[in-house]
Design a binder for this molecule. Structure first.
Ligand code: ATR
Length: 274
């Protein structure tokens, strides 16, 4: 069977092998999908070895998404907009890069959870690889404004510059969070929840009655932000598990030409997570 894998560090707890195996069973496509641990300095060598052993496609996760994009010979517009790739396909002569994270997020929110993102003022916390992956797709989904706030202000400026929509996407300072008004959508793309058990954000960020809060991580890492969101009165507070499954389906479709039904594997992972 054709070989696929996810590469990252740490990788032991990645759910991607399980998700792709479920998709393969469901669609009747024969494949193997493994997890490969690689330190940053090993990344290129790991990719070369994978290709030499007949590998066809890779998912890329922390901390390699920007590096993965940099070594692609060609890439989709959404990967170029993100400056990061999570899906690599070997073309025979080089790597093709895509970024399915943002599409996965929007699909989870709009298709599975039936939220309409159009017209929402959106606050994006963070400007790292995760934020870069979702920002262009949030604009495509029709948010009225995208305010990017990052601890390191320069990264927020750089992200907004790359988005190239100065009328809708603007950077603001973390210290000014109190003065930004309220939002219909707040996306946490920081790794705050992995380091701190509490997030000290102003409750005034939440538009009463209809604010959607999303943490791009899942499991323990999502708990502090989602607890804050509920305490602040958000109408819905969503973790990144659905996004994970949907970005995998987007990758699967690119590689195999079939879009799997994500419902069963999502339900199984959700049952295990809750
Ligand atoms: P990822 O690919 O997950 O985005 P990253 O590029 O390391 O990883 O980015 C992590 C994000 O979390 C960044 O936006 C980071 O802010 P800085 O750019 O200032 O480093 C943010 N972050 C991490 N710890 C944080 C904390 N304690 N408070 C606020 N932001 C934090």
């Amino acid at each position: 069977p054709a070989r696929y894998a996810v590469v990252g560090r740490p990788i032991a707890h990645s759910l991607s092998p399980r998700i792709h195996a479920a998709f393969a069973r469901e669609t009747g496509i024969a494949l193997t999908y493994t997890a490969i641990e690689a330190a940053p300095e090993e990344f290129e060598a790991v990719l070369a070895a994978f290709v030499a052993e007949g590998g066809r496609g890779l998912n890329v996760t922390l901390p390699h998404k920007e590096r993965a994009f940099a070594l692609c010979a060609e890439a989709t517009p959404r990967a170029r907009a993100a400056g990061a790739a999570n899906t690599l396909t070997w073309t025979g002569g080089g790597w093709h890069g895509d970024n399915t994270d943002g599409a996965g997020l929007v699909r989870d929110l709009t298709e599975r959870r039936r939220h309409d993102l159009r017209g929402r003022r959106c606050l994006l916390l963070g400007a790292g690889g995760a934020a870069r992956g979702v920002a262009p797709l949030l604009l495509d989904a029709g948010v009225s404004e995208l305010i990017v706030v990052n601890r390191t202000a320069e990264r927020a400026d750089a992200l907004c510059l790359a988005l190239g929509e100065p009328a809708r996407a603007r950077a603001r300072y973390w210290d000014d969070l109190d003065a930004l008004g309220d939002f219909g959508m707040i996306v946490n793309a920081t790794s705050l929840g992995r380091e701190q058990s509490r997030v000290g954000l102003p409750f005034g960020l939440v538009a009463p009655g209809h604010c959607l809060a999303v943490d791009l991580s899942y499991g323990e890492a999502a708990v502090p932000f989602l607890a804050w969101a509920r305490a602040a009165g958000c109408a819905d507070a969503v973790d990144g598990l659905g996004m994970l499954v949907e970005q995998a389906a987007e990758s699967f479709q690119r590689w195999h030409g079939v879009r799997p039904d994500t419902g069963p594997v999502y339900a199984a992972l959700r049952a295990r997570a809750d």
